[in-house]
Design a protein around this ligand. Structure first.
Ligand SMILES: Cc1ncc(COP(=O)(O)O)c(C=O)c1O
Length: 478
């Protein structure tokens, strides 16, 4: 009843590393966006599990024949949709060891290295983006979880005994309200609905012409809510919003939060990574005054998904919100607070050893190497923006601060009322080719094409090809 034998493990392990090396050397051999139809993968797989053993060769054969065609290749340098994310070879090797060691970092003693390396790499990252030492971190799976944790900590900070008494049926509990911009990520609203705040109590604050939260509207909304007996308790500002990568005015929002005694969370899931580049450190201006902050190295620091870095200046409040200590999890070192037991700082008990891959990445490239790579992406976005601005039939839809460009075709020969449909057709035509994958969003009812550079292998030739394909698709509309 043993595991696979080690000779086979060695053989297939080497084979898979070779497969991955070939794949990463030339990821553009596959169409970036999978071409399968809904249900096509499932239809090729048995509905019941195999009752007897199958050879690993047969499994790999099916991987190639069935699974691979259903993969959308985020590793492709032509993947520029959403926030194109990328792993990297040191990150993959770190993941391999994490899987092999299979430690559960719930307690310090269940792997001291997992806990202590997490503390160290999060402190490295804190320094890399220029936050003060008062920010302590926890690695989460995603920014959605990190922001939910922030809302839970903010709710705990109100001292309303929600932890003990819950929220339902309590006549003593005021209506709690939270605030974010109309451009912020849906995960903020989701945190509100998961934690019993309710969607109706999540205020979406209006943004300005550059898609940034208007601080005066935030102040007014808080005041209106207070007057009607609500308790405003949480504001989320975003550095790098999902559609346009706009940057909310964090210093002005921090002033309001300080005056109102409201928890300020900053969502820098994508944009926060840019602060690693010295000339981009301004994007986190004011964040030192926030109560919590999230950034995702899995979005733009070459870390295989998942790795979200959550920071707070109130780690004790976070612990108060989440810590439960059953007898079977008590340890001598935990009892005297000599160590951090990460199970105390979030929902999860079991925790993957995510710090290892990030440690590999930072050491392999060095901070300077990471800066160079991000700088190259920022420059590519500026270059692409320049091409769009110089083309009479195209327009840029929002300021370009990071590696994301939103733009649309607006040829004078086609009536403006048809531009939305036109841009949708252009996007579909470009994506169907399989060389690049772009996405879209809507800004003030305008359909815009969204190009985001985040892949470690994306070079000038890839954005040039995307631009060529976009222009050709517009040409073919004649
Ligand atoms: C600004 C912002 N915040 C949060 C998220 C959610 O990230 P995750 O997938 O890590 O939950 C995204 C996703 O793109 C995002 O753009």
């Amino acid at each position: 009843m043993a595991d696979m034998n080690t000779a086979e493990f060695r053989k297939y392990g080497k084979q898979l590393i070779d497969w991955l090396a070939d794949y990463l050397e030339q990821p553009d051999r596959y169409p970036v966006l999978s071409r399968v139809k809904p249900g096509e993968i499932k239809a090729q797989l048995p509905t019941a599990p195999p009752s007897s053993p199958e050879s690993f060769d047969a499994i790999l054969e099916d991987f190639n024949a069935i699974i691979l065609p259903g993969i959308t290749h985020w590793n492709q340098p032509g993947f520029m949709a959403y926030f194109g994310i990328t792993g990297s070879m040191p990150g993959i090797l770190g993941e391999l060891l994490t899987a092999g060691l299979n430690v559960n970092g719930m307690l310090w003693r269940t792997s001291p290295s997992a806990t202590e390396l997490e503390e160290v790499v999060l402190d490295w990252l804190r320094q890399m983006v220029g936050l003060p030492p008062s920010f302590e971190g926890v690695i989460m799976d995603t920014a959605s979880s990190s922001s939910m944790i922030a809302v839970a900590a903010a709710r705990e900070a109100l001292n309303l005994r929600v932890r003990e008494a819950g929220m339902a049926g309590r006549s003593d509990l005021p209506r709690l309200t939270m605030y974010t911009s109309e451009q912020s990520h849906s995960s903020i609203e989701k945190a509100g609905l998961v934690l019993g705040i309710g969607q109706a109590n999540v205020r979406k604050i209006e943004t300005d012409a550059e898609y940034r939260m208007k601080p005066d509207r935030l102040a007014a909304a808080i005041e209106t809510d207070r007057r009607s007996g609500c308790v405003p308790f949480f504001v989320c500002a975003t550095v790098g919003t999902t559609s346009t990568a706009s940057i909310d005015p964090v210093p002005a929002i921090a002033d309001i939060c300080a005056r109102e005694g409201v928890w300020l969370h900053v969502d820098g899931a994508y944009g926060g990574n840019a602060a690693v580049v010295p000339e981009m450190s301004w994007v986190l201006d004011g964040v030192a005054r926030a109560d919590s902050f999230v950034m995702n190295p899995h979005k733009w620091l070459f870390t295989p998904i998942d790795f979200s870095a959550f920071y707070t200046r109130h780690v004790d409040t976070l612990k108060r919100a989440f810590s439960i200590l059953p007898e079977y999890l008590r340890t001598a070192e935990g009892d005297v607070n000599a160590v951090k037991n990460y199970m105390d700082y979030g929902v999860q008990l079991g925790r993957r050893f995510r710090a290892l891959k990030f440690w590999f990445i930072v050491r392999t490239y060095g901070v300077d190497g990471l800066i160079d790579r991000l700088r190259a992406h920022l420059a590519l976005a500026k270059q692409f923006e320049g091409w769009v601005r110089a083309a009479p039939d195209w327009a840029v839809a929002a300021p370009v601060h990071f590696s994301t460009v939103n733009f649309y075709a607006c040829p004078a020969r086609i009536p403006a009322a048809q531009w939305n449909a036109l841009n949708e057709r252009i996007l579909n035509a470009v994506n169907a080719g399989g060389e690049v994958f772009l996405s879209h969003t809507k800004l003030n009812d305008r359909y815009v094409i969204h190009l985001a550079i985040g892949n470690i292998r994306t070079e000038e030739k890839h954005i040039a090809r995307a631009w060529e394909l976009l222009q050709a698709a517009l040409e073919s509309e004649k």
